[in-house]
Ligand binder design. Sequence first.
Ligand code: C2E
Ligand code: CA
Ligand code: CA
Ligand code: CA
Length: 275
Amino acid sequence: AKQESVSAYRLFTPSLRQTRESAAAAEVQMKRGLDRDEFELHYQPIYGTKSGAIRSFEALVRWNHPERGLVPPSEFIPLAETSGFIVQLGRRVLRDACRAAADWPKPIGVAVNLSAVQFKDLRLVHHVREAIEESGLAPGRLDLEITESVLLEHSPRLLKTIEELRALGVRITMDDFGTGFSSLNNLRRIRFDRIKIDRCFTRELTAEDSDAEIVRTIVRLSRTLKMETVLEGVETEHQLEFARSEGMTEVQGFLYAKPMRASEIAGYLDQRRIE
Ligand code: C2E
Ligand code: CA
Ligand code: CA
Ligand code: CA
């Protein structure tokens, strides 16, 4: 994405980030940005591997900064997480994504990323319910992507939160699988609808190496546990063919499309099949 070349320099330099004052200043900037609607969601399609039809879009946040242009999430999500601002930002993301999806001309799903910090906040279930209710989106069309960092804490409250979310009727995806402190045990403890294999595996895939073997094992386990599998970061026909031959259910990546603006979705859907 050329529009993301802004990431060539960092919005908040590491040295600045270390001082408490500048972290506070950054938080003020982000809060102001939220008030001024500077955060926008882009959407990347996720395709069914077999059907070749669109199943959903993943919402990915960007900061349309007045001076810096489009700032990618890697530049501000970490800070938003340390300051706790992610709770407010995440609430907005949920509402915007649900409202947008409810207006799409075809009834497909929307996936929203949740930070571990949002999971620690007691209002999360309320925020998800609020987004569903005010948008009128069918809850089954909302998919919450959570990373393994959420599961680091083996608290009973975490499991209860996930159950409460499920009770709303939304779907839950284990995101970035394989990058963190993965434990296959997590997949048994918690019922996920989907598991998304991180791009770092996809990048390294060759037919007979160890990465491919790991992915095969995960896919086999997912099938046993009745979970769908998404291969993320599919850029080549070879990677797509791997997903196909291994029976992964969904694929996402630049081979199909880069994340697009909300305004582009209707046109994109117009010429394409959904599933
Ligand atoms: P993620 O959840 O793993 O999202 C996938 C990232 O990979 C996105 O980067 C996407 O643009 C990129 N990507 C997808 N397909 C390809 C491909 O084929 N090739 C390459 N090179 N890249 C691909 P993005 O949008 O910069 O987001 C980065 C991360 O920021 C996300 O990783 C996610 O962890 C976080 N993020 C984005 N939006 C949100 C949000 O609303 N809330 C939270 N908590 N985190 C978010
Ligand atoms: Ca994700
Ligand atoms: Ca990832
Ligand atoms: Ca490899």
